[in-house]
Write a protein that binds this ligand. Structure first.
Ligand code: ZN
Ligand code: ZN
Length: 353
């Protein structure tokens, strides 16, 4: 008798559980169908639509192009090698021998590598700004800030100022030429052996940005006089455009770029010439693109990785006290000085940042 009274509720519970499981399975099936539907609805229907989907991603090609010269001259797969182009006496050099002078070829190729990288960035900036890389031909990309007209400038004038202002590439060139020719670089930097050391390239970028973060914070915090003399001119851009990156003052470049460069090369003492070229070109091009007035195609991915985006740097130009890092936001996150650009929307920034 007792067993039949307990068996009935158990059977009812089992049937209820079975019903629940069936319902869950049905819900999962519907969710999967809806997801598949969503994916299919986003697939291109024809060639024109496929091209429209691919074009915005073509801008990503600028990254490998930035390091094209060291890649081409030093990679084992490349059809061209520095050994085919230059006689051995142009690059063979023993830094341990005090009577030998450094050969200028490595320095010259370094300048050419940075020039080629920057030429690709300028080409990308032109195509991007004027809508050639947009899904809708001619459509301007999304602006970061709402205030002022950062996009209203003469393109070629801005490029000229970017390339020839004395505190930019001119000062960087003088620094690198002096360091190279006076044997002030660590010995490994004069070596042409091997290809680009990617791990070292990345570590150089992280170290450079770490030192730059410290110098940047000091410029802001140490004394109002130091700030005025060094960094204030760069802060006249509260809504910068891509070509304002190196526009500041000689003191600012010495403190915030050259000092970190000196420290980075002295900490990273195993880089070869190709690695330093890849680092220098990536660093200068990334710093330029960080000042873009537009959201860039790869910003979503960079943000997830904690890499700096133009919107992150616009936060610094806009409200000064946050985002002192440039290439990486990790230093600000650790120091508690990171501010998400979305916090400034919709008042100062556009909602898509
Ligand atoms: Zn800046
Ligand atoms: Zn600043």
């Amino acid at each position: 008798m007792a067993s039949s009274t307990t068996a009935a509720p158990t059977r009812a519970a089992a049937s209820l559980q079975q019903q629940q499981q069936q319902q869950n399975a049905e819900e999962e099936r519907l969710a999967l169908l809806s997801l598949l539907n969503d994916v299919v609805s986003h697939l291109p229907n024809n060639r024109e639509e496929a091209v429209k989907m691919i074009i915005p991603w073509l801008g990503m090609l600028v990254w490998p192009l930035i390091v094209s010269l060291p890649l081409l001259l030093s990679s084992s797969w490349s059809p061209i090698s520095y050994q085919d182009l230059f006689p051995a006496e142009w690059y063979e050099y023993n830094p341990m021998n005090p009577s030998e002078r450094p050969k200028p070829l490595g320095l010259f190729l370094g300048f050419v590598a940075v020039a080629i990288g920057n030429a690709f960035v300028i080409g990308f900036a032109y195509l991007y700004k004027f809508g050639y890389l947009s899904a809708v031909r001619g459509q301007e990309p999304p602006l970061i800030q709402r205030r002022l007209l950062a996009n209203d400038y003469e393109f070629m004038e801005a490029v000229k100022a970017h390339l020839f202002q004395p505190e930019g590439f001119v000062l960087l060139g003088i620094y690198l030429a002096s360091m190279w020719m006076f044997k002030l670089m660590p010995n490994s930097y004069y070596s042409f052996e091997g290809g680009i050391q990617w791990r070292e390239t990345f570590l150089c970028l992280v170290l450079q940005d770490g030192f730059q973060f410290i110098m940047h914070r000091l410029e802001h915090a140490l004394s109002p006089r130091l700030y005025q003399l060094s960094h204030k001119p760069h802060h006249r851009f509260i809504n910068p455009k891509m070509f304002d990156a190196f526009n500041g003052s000689l003191a600012d470049t010495i403190l915030m770029i050259l000092t970190p460069l000196y420290l980075t090369s002295n900490v990273m003492r195993t880089c070869n010439v190709w690695t330093y070229m890849a680092f220098g070109s990536t660093y200068s091009c990334w710093l330029t693109m960080l000042h873009s007035e537009y959201v860039l195609p790869w910003d979503g991915l960079f943000k997830r990785l904690g890499f700096g985006t133009p919107a992150d740097h616009h936060v610094h130009h806009s409200i000064f006290k946050y985002n002192y890092g440039h290439l990486f936001m990790w230093f600000d996150i650790v120091a508690g000085t990171y501010r998400d650009p979305r916090d400034l929307a919709p008042k100062l920034f556009n909602p898509h940042v």
